[in-house]
Design a protein around this ligand. Structure first.
Ligand SMILES: C[S@@+](CC[C@H](N)C(=O)[O-])C[C@H]1O[C@@H](n2cnc3c(N)ncnc32)[C@H](O)[C@@H]1O
Length: 412
């Protein structure tokens, strides 16, 4: 893992000019001067092709250099082996009222099968960190026959989880609490615990590793997500000694890049996002024409604002941002311009997209190496197909003494 992080660092550092600048904010990005053929090719892509390449970038292998080579390098540098799984019949008593999507069920199934294969003996207790309704913890507990402690901040999710656990006949406590206070919870069983977190966001996942280390939990399994979430002081401070030696000084934009636009979206959601981008570009053009250019990001767009028409949208946004609009403008012309500029920004953004997974891997390796440095035997794998969840990296740690016992190599 240390060697991989060391290999990723110079590649990422050497191409900062390609992944740091944001075309959506800049319009024209500096690297276009150095790669005019690529710039022209990307700007010439039509709307449908850009949308298709955003969903699946394999087609970029036909792009002009350096993009096609970068894509191949990215694939090679970011390759991670798949977990070994123990096939199980569908776990947990999934009920309609569990209101879990097919995707969530399949993710949980894959993770339970992975952990069942990794653990030759069941932990004393399953601790589900940022549990939501506790689907992962409950499924694991049901398979292993062990009690569950699910920690989740939203009281309503805990209440639903508690009902579902009772129905599944799993001995469970769904605690409505902020996991950042969990370290103060007295529990005699932490050492025998398996602490698991499916998509525990940003620093909450890091807090989970700290918690497991402090309590000497036997096993840890974390599938991280949203690396920018509550990231604390910036630039990002690497957790591991190796990470610190190869520090890339990630700012918030860099931490957001791995998950940017990668949430699996219903077609209507994708369409709304594309329209929002086009209308924001229209706003930008109008503000510029009125002599009050927008500086920096346009800021959040309130839900529903881009369900109205373009003139209402830009009027609201301009008022909120304190920019002027021309007294007269043609909505049809400006909307067409907005779509064109948004398409160009999205097409140029495909270059940044190639760096997403390597950046994500760097951040996950840093966490995995931290855990390793705290006396755990650590493996990094993918627990499900990216189509099921693009956040499919799994850090799995077993305390060294336990790992030795499992491998039958205990000293003395
Ligand atoms: C992405 S969801 C994952 C939920 C669940 N593990 C799953 O995969 O279905 C993250 C969860 O973390 C919870 N959460 C966020 N901040 C928290 C905190 N400080 N303490 C406890 N839970 C928190 C959210 O309410 C949300 O349910």
């Amino acid at each position: 893992m240390a060697a991989r992080l060391a290999e990723l660092t110079p590649w990422l550092r050497g191409h900062t000019d390609l992944w740091r600048p944001r075309p959506f904010l800049l319009g024209r990005v500096p690297w276009e001067d150095h790669h005019p053929t690529l710039s022209t090719w990307l700007r010439g892509l039509d709307e449908a092709t850009v949308t298709a390449l955003e969903a699946d970038d394999r087609g970029l292998i036909e792009a002009p250099e350096p993009l096609s080579s970068l894509l191949a390098q990215s694939r090679e540098l970011a390759a991670v082996p798949a977990s070994v799984r123990m096939p199980l019949s569908p776990v947990d008593a999934w009920r309609p009222e569990a209101r879990a999507t097919e995707r969530k069920r399949a993710q949980v199934q894959a993770l339970v099968e992975t952990l069942a294969a990794a653990w030759p003996e069941a932990p004393g207790l399953v601790v589900d960190w940022c549990a939501g309704k506790g689907h992962l913890g409950r499924s694991l507990s049901a398979v292993l026959g062990r009690p569950l402690l699910a920690m989740e901040r939203q009281r309503r999710l805990c209440e639903v989880g508690q009902v579902l656990s009772a129905e599944a006949e799993v001995a469970a406590a769904h605690l409505p609490l902020d996991v950042r206070q969990a370290a103060g919870l007295p529990c005699v069983a932490w050492r025998q615990a398996a602490v698991v977190g499916l998509h525990a966001c940003g620093s909450l996942g890091e807090g989970m590793l700290d918690f497991a280390v402090a309590q000497k939990a036997e096993t840890v399994a974390l599938a991280p997500c949203c690396y920018h979430f509550a990231s604390g002081p910036l630039p990002y401070r690497p957790r591991s000694a190796v990470g610190r030696a190869h520090d890339l000084q990630f700012d918030e934009t860099s931490l957001r890049l791995p998950t940017y636009q990668q949430v699996r979206q219903a077609p209507s959601v994708g369409e709304r996002r594309r329209r929002k981008m086009a209308w924001l570009m229209a706003l930008k053009a109008l503000a510029e024409a009125a002599g009050t250019p927008l500086d920096g990001p346009p800021g959040p767009v309130y839900k529903g604002w881009n369900n109205d028409d373009l003139p209402t949208f830009v009027a609201r946004m301009a008022e909120r941002r304190g920019v002027a609009l021309p007294t007269q403008w043609d909505p049809e012309v400006i909307e067409a311009l907005g779509w064109q500029q948004a398409r160009h920004a999205r097409a140029l953004g495909l270059v940044r997209g190639v760096f997403r997974r390597p950046l994500e891997l760097w951040l996950v390796l840093d966490k995995a190496l931290y855990l390793q440095g705290q006396g755990y035997e650590v493996a990094l794998t993918t627990f499900c197909a990216p189509s099921l969840s693009p956040r499919n990296l799994l850090i799995h740690g077993v305390r060294a003494a336990t790992a030795r016992r499992w491998h039958g190599t205990e000293e003395g």
